[in-house]
Design a protein around this ligand. Structure first.
Ligand SMILES: NC(=O)c1ccc[n+]([C@@H]2O[C@H](COP(=O)([O-])OP(=O)(O)OC[C@H]3O[C@@H](n4cnc5c(N)ncnc54)[C@H](OP(=O)(O)O)[C@@H]3O)[C@@H](O)[C@H]2O)c1
Length: 208
């Protein structure tokens, strides 16, 4: 498949790009600082630009079979960059007839099917207090994707780590999962959703 990847320069994004290329996909990714992308591959195209710029976002998406986003706020300022950029992604998908979008968000972005335990409420309170604007940005991202007419899947995750793939995953809702996830396993799960409809228009939470 030809994949449009956003957030490919981040910690999970690098895993996602590498795994996508290793699986034989063609990848077009957006990068604010292309010189930071050290990976070179004949099937990798890097488009310079910011998620807040419509033209580069459209260039990444044009001709893609699916969009994958592991974008995340780099600060807690009330700028809501990722949700504003999500408008550009969804508009470009419509314009270029790209149906499928798989995005990530923190498990602090709740779903009606969640059954949070006391510890989840505590973590949620701390997160909303310490990273209020970043959490609000990602809540808005998920709302926009949920209310779009695209074929969406939101993959919600707890604290991420650099451990190698653990091979097994807990998949469910908040209350079912544990507190850690390997970025390698997260990337692999997102790539599996490209041709699997089990979680279509759903927002599962996953962990190791
Ligand atoms: N870290 C955690 O423990 C954790 C926990 C729960 C959920 N999550 C979610 O999991 C996902 C991946 O997390 P991560 O820690 O791997 O991410 P990360 O390393 O913080 O990477 C964030 C990515 O978003 C990109 N980005 C931010 N603003 C942008 C803009 N204006 N234009 C273009 N790109 C922009 C960054 O690009 P630059 O490289 O140019 O800055 C980077 O590629 C995110 O959705 C995050 O919200 C993370």
């Amino acid at each position: 498949m030809k994949l449009a990847i956003f957030g490919g320069t981040g910690k999970t994004g690098q895993q996602l790009v590498q795994q996508a290329l290793a699986a034989g996909h063609e990848v077009v990714m957006l990068a604010r600082t292309p010189s930071n992308v050290t990976l070179q591959h004949e099937k990798l195209t890097v488009v310079p630009g910011d998620i807040l710029e419509t033209n580069p976002v459209a260039r990444v998406i044009q001709g893609a079979d699916a969009v994958l986003s592991v974008l995340g706020p780099r600060s807690n300022k009330p700028e809501f960059v990722i949700s504003r950029g999500t408008d550009h992604i969804l508009n470009a998908m419509k314009q270029h007839h790209v149906r499928r979008i798989i995005i990530s968000a923190g498990a602090g972005v709740r779903d009606p099917q969640d059954k949070p335990k006391i510890i989840d409420h505590v973590f949620g309170f701390l997160l909303n207090t310490l990273s209020k604007n970043a959490v609000e940005d990602m809540k808005q991202v998920v709302e926009k994707v949920r209310h779009s007419d695209r074929d969406w899947i939101v993959v919600r995750v707890p604290r991420l780590n650099e451990e190698p793939s653990q091979g097994t995953l807990k998949i469910g809702y908040v209350g079912d999962i544990s507190s850690q996830l390997s970025r390698a396993d997260m990337a692999a799960f997102m790539l599996k959703q490209l041709d699997n409809d089990t979680y279509l228009r759903k927002a599962p939470a996953i962990s190791n």
